[in-house]
Design a protein around this ligand. Structure first.
Ligand code: GA4
Length: 324
């Protein structure tokens, strides 16, 4: 694996870095130790032996392939993506753009809706595929959050997963489609074709799955960018801003980006696990002490979301909520 310089093009130093991988079928105590270490050092890891059926992933992937292969005018019927639906090139509300198109949907409201009718000729089929996928990745998110709570010696072991299981949870699902480009340099140290610019995810935890096309990169705490090798059979776990706050900065919300300079079409599917809009977010009592006071002012998820959407994609929005 290669590690890229933080200032691409200038200093071409490379180093080998491994992406932390957690085999969920191992002994529980080993799994917990590996997850805590990965969340603290990288805010990112891959899970294998996660128990999610391949067929569940492939059904939603097939639906998405069908949708993105439609003519632009038809896809536009499912847009714009503000707040939910089909989006093309525009990201958020403040002028960010990328070389991608996508579907952004509320994970808790995937019933057979008018929206499904604009996405698929068989809305029941689409809704079922999306629902089954969401159920599976939500379970995985909750399982990981329970392991995290146990690893942090939190008394109420389900305090984090309960936020995601809440029927009012503001979790989202996103399917990104990065079209292939014709001319690609074998190895480009200063990538120009940004599919999705660098950012951290505002939510608690993101579960990402991609097809076998590379593009995802994560930024290490020292600023180096590391390409993440694709693994369609695994899931990648991304620590978001809200979990950084809940752990009082013990976990880091990893900055990541997606390049789109591949000969092959890349497709990724993300589940963003978030609490309900009125949930107060502040460090868990077990991670604060007189020697380790809270680094953040309490805020509701709704306030944080509002701040995130008022800023640019790459802004470090947590700065607004730091204690003086
Ligand atoms: C990043 C994570 C999710 O994809 C997302 C994104 C959202 C959007 O695409 O509309 C945001 C971005 C994401 C962070 C800051 C704001 C909001 C674009 C943007 C500029 C759906 C999310 O929740 O936050």
């Amino acid at each position: 694996m290669v590690m890229l310089s933080p200032t691409p093009g200038r200093n071409r130093k490379t180093m080998a870095v491994g992406i932390p991988t957690v085999d969920l079928s191992q002994d529980r105590s080993v799994v917990i130790e590996l997850i805590i270490k990965a969340c603290q050092e990288y805010g990112f890891f891959k899970v294998t032996n996660h128990g999610i059926d391949k067929e569940i992933v492939e059904r939603l992937e097939d639906e998405a392939v069908d949708f993105f292969s439609k003519p632009a005018s038809e896809k536009q019927r499912a847009g714009p993506a503000n707040p939910f639906g089909y989006g093309c090139k525009n990201i958020g509300r403040n002028g960010d753009t990328g070389e991608l198109e996508y579907l952004l949907l509320e994970a808790n409201r995937l019933y057979i809706s008018k929206r499904s009718e604009t996405i698929s000729n068989d809305p029941v089929e689409f809704s079922c595929a999306a629902n089954d996928y969401v159920q599976s990745v939500k379970e995985l998110t909750c399982e990981i959050l329970d392991l995290v709570a146990e690893g942090l010696w939190v008394l109420d072991k389900h305090v984090l997963s309960r936020l995601i299981r809440d029927v009012q949870s503001d979790s989202l699902i996103r399917i990104n489609h990065y079209p292939a480009v014709n001319e690609v340099k074998e190895w480009d140290p200063s990538p120009k074709t940004i599919g999705f610019g660098e950012h951290s995810d505002p939510q608690m935890l993101t579960i990402l799955r991609s097809n076998d096309v590379a593009g995802l990169q994560i930024q290490l705490q020292d600023g180096f960018w590391v390409p993440v090798p694709p693994d369609p059979a695994g899931f990648y776990v991304i620590v978001g801003d809200a979990l950084q706050v809940l752990t009082n900065g013990r976990f880091v919300s990893v900055r990541h980006r997606a390049l789109a300079n591949s000969h092959k079409t890349r497709m990724s599917m993300m589940f963003f696990g978030a609490p309900s809009l009125n949930t107060w977010i502040s460090p868990l009592p077990e991670v604060v002490s007189p020697n380790n006071p809270s680094l953040y002012k309490p805020f509701t998820w709704s306030e944080f979301k509002k701040a995130a959407y008022s800023l640019r994609l790459g802004d470090t929005r947590l700065d607004l909520f730091k204690t003086p």
